[in-house]
Design a protein around this ligand. Structure first.
Ligand code: NAP
Length: 290
């Protein structure tokens, strides 16, 4: 391995672009690929090298970081990357891909001779930009020294959840955390929409939510609705995908989750109303007829 760690980032959307920027700032040799090439090319001013194909991006990489929409997108990109991959390279899989998705991706990693690390992240656009994500990781002990520089660049802390990436231990925790985050989103959206429907000034609702009932994320997202600001940190389309993954994982485990399924339905309606690319708090619109 060369002195300078080479990291290929596949997928430079909201999260991947911010993570790639922080890897550049940390002095790593960063290559980027994105399906829509302009988003990868935008990172060249930060010092990344934009590649035309996944295989070109991963050629010579010590670490490959995938941050794509879902499991099938990550599977497709890594299959295409195959010819460029060095056996023994570390695959940090940060896409929220679900339990089944991780099983498929880790099978591909085994087939390609890669070291697989299940590494979803907690935190949205802001923490990604400031390098303060919480990294949840499961993967072999041997890979950890190499990954220190990568995880330090993108996150404030890494929680290791065992050595077996294929068991999706990190992804399981990620789904548990996201189930709570999505409930906060829908709970906030529904309370503000109910206030509107009942002719209550939603500011009185926010004033009433003090002490143990208060919540910083609820306040942030309620303010976004009141300011009509749906700039995406986490889009409705992506959150809908996560909601489906949570429902699927719960069903497979024999756990009855009513709220997760209802939340997935709210996202479906908001998307059908044309709010798919807006922030997930656009769940608000699902409370009203068009
Ligand atoms: P995003 O901005 O929509 O980025 C999605 C990325 O996936 C883009 O690079 C997109 O390429 C690519 N993509 C989608 N379908 C593809 C396909 N079929 N083949 C190849 N590339 C494809 O989403 P994001 O918010 O960065 O989320 C990325 C991942 O991080 C998701 O798994 C999400 O659940 C997870 N996550 C998000 C957040 C958050 O707050 N945003 C937080 C934690 C985890 P194009 O640019 O060409 O569309």
């Amino acid at each position: 391995m060369a002195d300078q760690l080479t990291v290929a980032v596949l997928g430079t959307g909201i999260m991947g672009s911010a993570m790639a920027r922080n890897l550049c700032r940390a002095g790593l040799d960063v290559r980027v690929w994105n399906r829509t090439p302009e988003k990868a090319e935008a990172l060249t001013s930060d010092g990344a090298r934009a590649a035309q194909t996944p295989a070109e991006a991963v050629t010579g990489a010590d670490v490959v970081l995938t941050m794509l929409y879902d499991g099938p997108a990550a599977l497709e990109a890594m299959t295409a990357a195959g010819p460029g991959l060095r056996p023994g390279a570390i695959w940090v899989q940060s896409t929220t891909a679900g339990v089944e998705g991780i099983a498929q991706l880790s099978d591909l990693a085994r087939h390609l001779g890669l070291v697989f690390v299940d590494a979803p992240v907690l935190g949205t656009k802001g923490p990604a930009e400031s390098g303060e994500l919480l990294v949840l990781a499961a993967g072999p002990e041997d890979a950890r020294p190499t990954l220190g520089a990568v995880f330090d660049a993108i996150g404030r802390r890494t929680v290791w959840l065992g050595e077996d990436g294929s068991g999706a231990a990190a992804t399981r925790l990620k789904l548990v955390c996201n189930s709570w985050v999505l409930m906060l989103i829908h709970g906030t959206a529904e309370a503000v929409s109910l206030a509107k429907g009942l002719g209550v000034d939603p500011r009185y609702f926010l004033e009433a939510m003090t002490g143990p009932l208060d919540n910083g994320y609820m306040r942030l997202k309620a303010d976004a609705i009141l300011n009509d600001d749906y700039t995406p940190s986490f889009s409705v389309v992506t959150a809908a995908k996560d909601a489906r993954l949570i429902v699927e994982a719960a069903e497979a485990a024999g756990v009855h989750l009513d709220l997760a399924a209802a939340g997935a339905e709210r996202f479906r309606r908001a998307e059908a109303q044309g709010h798919g690319d807006e922030d997930m708090v656009a769940s608000y619109f699902a409370s009203f007829d068009n």
